[in-house]
Every structure is written in C-alpha cells, then in structure tokens.
Ligand binder design. Structure first.
Ligand code: COA
Length: 378
C-alpha cells in the first residue's frame, strides 16, 4: 500500500473486520455453524427458541432453561395501546419493513431500560424485542387490510404465535415446522450488511433499539433481505414453468441481476438452500401447487449451467412463504423476526469488547483551494 495507491476493498470484500464467536461462515465447504452446530442440523433437530437461546448464551438450553426462555418470551409479546395507536396512524400503503423499523424505534422510546447499555439490560431488551416484533409486524400488516390486531397467545410457540397474530389461526404442524426451519436458517450469518450495521451503531455506545432499527433499514434492501420478496415478484412475473428459461435468457441479454442468486461469501452454493428447498417442496405438496417449485427448479438449473451462479437462501424462502399464505410484503419482516436473535448476539459481543468502528476513505475530490468572494463566483 502506498500514499497514492491505497489498498481499497470496495464493499469491504474480503476484509476481516473483527473476531466473532457467534457463527462461522465457511465458503470453502459452503457451510455455516451457529456456536459450532451445523445450521442444517439445528433446523432439523431444534426449535427456533432453542436456537435463539443458543445464539444468546453460547450453549443449547436444557429442558428447564428452554421452558424458562419460552415462558419469558411468551409473557412479553403484548404491545402498548400507544404503539397500537401509532401503527394505526401509519400510511396504509407503507411498506411493512418501514412499519417494523418505526415500531422498533418507538419500542425503544417506551422501553424502561432504553438508555441502559449494560449487558444484563441489553439481554432483557433483546428478549422484549424478540417477543414484541411479531405482534407489531402483524398489527401493522392487518391495519393495511382494515383488520383489527390479534392479541398474541402465550400458550403458543414462537412460530405458532406468528401465524396466530397474522392470520388469527395456526395452520397444520407441517406448515409450522417449515416456518420454524426458515426462522432458524435466517437467524444469523456473520458480518452481513445488517449485522455489521448493528455492530457499527453499537460501537458508538448507542443502545440496542438504535442498533436494531438501523439493522432493519439495512435488511430492507433488495441486495440483502429484500431479495426474498423480489424472488416471489420474479416468479409471479414469470407466471408458469414453461416460460422460466426464456424469461431468464431475456435477463442475461440485459445483464440484469436475477434475484435470489449469488452471494458475497458463498460462491459454490449455500448450505441453507437444500434444507429450505426441501421444506418449500413440502409446502408445495401440502398446498397442492407445484408451479412455483417447478419454476424455481428450472431457473436454478439454467443459472448454474449458463452463469455458474447458485441460489441463496432467499430463493427457496420466497416461494415457501407464499405457499404458507403470507403476502409478499411480509417476507422480509419475517426475516427481521428471526434475525433479531443474531443482531442481539452481535450487539452483546461488540459491546463486550468494543472499539469504535471508523474506517478511512481515500479522497478523490478537487485539491485544496481558496474560498472565492461571493461576487467572484461563476
Ligand atoms: N444475477 C446475475 N448475475 C449475478 C448475480 C445475480 N443474482 N449475482 C452475481 N452476478 C454476477 C455479477 O454481476 C458479477 O458479474 P461481472 O463479473 O460480469 O460483473 C459476477 O456475477 C460476480 O458477482 P460477485 O462479485 O460475486 O457479486 P457480489 O459479491 O458483489 O454481490 C450479491 C453479491 C448477493 C449482492 C449479488 O449476487 C446479488 O445482487 N444477488 C441478487 C440479490 C440477492 O439475491 N441478494 C440476497 C443475498 S443473500
């Protein structure tokens, strides 16, 4: 590196910004572990609550610890009349990601420990956010349809309650399991853009609600979490399997991005995809609609053959959520309901060994000059 030619890593590609013990992303084997456990094993063998506990505590809970965690989460699901009023005042065409970003910011102002950035307070606030985010997402979504909010049910699991607050009913166990699996797969993923954003906010000494609000803003973008919605819009635009390959050829002609494909870290596939695809296939069987998965299969094969680019998790998650009955604008908010676990784990880790995150830029503007008098300016 010299003064004139600094080593700039645009997009921070390949930069190792800090240590982390939360998860390990292994591009060489296309795999991911949370606290040492393979994510596909956690998805098959654990509930989302167990994984949330794991991310926050470093170990899986025993039965008693799990019961305590579930009890605490279930008891915190209610949101205040003031937040309900604010949600009712949101513009009805507001995107649900903007709604949940605003609701989390509001929850920060209401939280009794808002300004306390100590680790015990951050852990309590994280639990409250985990519990309340689905209630706020569902209330905002129902408001756009003129529907009254549904009170959360503390007897239900996290995944069951999500369906309950959105639809007013809980579907059959296979659907709940597929949703729970998606929550586990979305929970954590190293220094992705939204997590790094949350860590950057935390590094300034700001509080959890600020970090999560910023994380939600970053997650909304179509290059990050917004891709699961974009995938379903793409499948809906294609319409039927027979048109999939021709549609894709048209995209190649324009060098356009195909949503749900490619990844900054994994270049040869993503270990979360086979698991999510299997559960999306199960949803197609349950619903009796194979169209979206057939289209997905054709697109994935053609992308691999023509571009050697693999699908990412958003590719099977999009049609899976559609088959579960969720409206497309809810897909990325579901990602928020899950990723709050990863964000909070990273906020705790960042705060425990903090140094302000403050990189440098290489100036390429005009050279230093004198300020001309007002009358002498062109
Ligand atoms: N569709 C078409 N081409 C793609 C592509 C996609 N989804 N993803 C990558 N490519 C192309 C790039 O345009 C680039 O081509 P070039 O060399 O001719 O310029 C090449 O593949 C290498 O791209 P890469 O450097 O690996 O991408 P990146 O690391 O900067 O970006 C993403 C990664 C995720 C932002 C990118 O793949 C993308 O935009 N994907 C679609 C959005 C998406 O699904 N996001 C969710 C991510 S989990």
């Amino acid at each position: 590196m010299s003064d004139t030619q600094p080593d700039i890593r645009k997009g921070l590609v390949g930069v190792i910004a800090d240590v982390s013990a939360v998860s390990k992303v292994m591009p060489e084997t296309n795999s991911l572990t949370y606290r040492g456990y393979a994510v596909q094993d956690l998805a098959e063998q654990c509930s989302f609550e167990e994984v949330a506990y794991l991310l926050w505590n470093g170990e899986l809970p025993n039965a008693e610890q799990l019961a305590g965690f579930r009890r605490e989460e279930a008891s915190q699901r209610g949101i205040s009349p003031a937040l309900h009023q604010v949600i009712q005042a949101f513009p009805h065409d507001a995107h649900p990601m903007d709604a949940i970003r605003t609701a989390v910011s509001f929850l920060g102002m209401e939280d009794p420990e808002a300004a306390d950035v100590s680790e015990p307070a951050t852990r309590r606030k994280a639990m409250r956010l985990l519990a309340k985010i689905p209630t706020a997402i569902a209330a905002a979504h129902r408001a756009t349809k003129g529907q009254a909010p549904v009170e959360p049910d503390p007897k239900l699991t996290f995944a069951e309650n999500f369906f309950h607050v959105v639809f007013g009913k809980v579907p059959q166990p296979e659907v709940v399991k597929a949703f729970d699996v998606s929550l586990i797969l979305y929970a954590e993923h190293g220094f992705n853009a939204s997590t790094f954003t949350a860590r950057t906010v935390t590094s300034t000494g700001a509080d959890l609600h600020g970090a999560v609000t910023a994380g939600i803003a970053a997650l909304k973008g179509p290059l990050h979490g917004g891709a699961n919605e974009a995938v379903m819009h793409m499948l809906a635009e294609i319409g039927e399997p027979s048109k999939a390959v021709a549609w894709l050829e048209g995209k190649f002609d324009h060098k356009a991005l195909v949503m749900g494909f490619g990844h900054r870290v994994y270049k040869n596939g993503d270990s979360r995809v086979p698991t999510m695809t299997r559960y999306a296939e199960k949803m197609a069987e349950v619903v009796g609609d194979r169209r979206w998965m057939e289209m997905s299969r054709l697109l994935a094969a053609a992308m691999l053959e023509r571009k050697n680019i693999h699908p990412n998790l958003d590719f099977p998650a999009g049609p899976a959520y559609h088959l579960m009955g969720f409206d497309i604008p809810l897909f990325t908010p579901i990602f928020v309901a899950s990723r709050i676990t990863g964000w909070a784990a990273h906020v705790i880790e960042q705060a425990a060994d903090n140094r302000l995150i403050r990189p440098l830029s290489h100036y390429t503007g005009v050279a230093q000059r004198e300020v001309p008098a007002l009358g002498a300016r062109g």
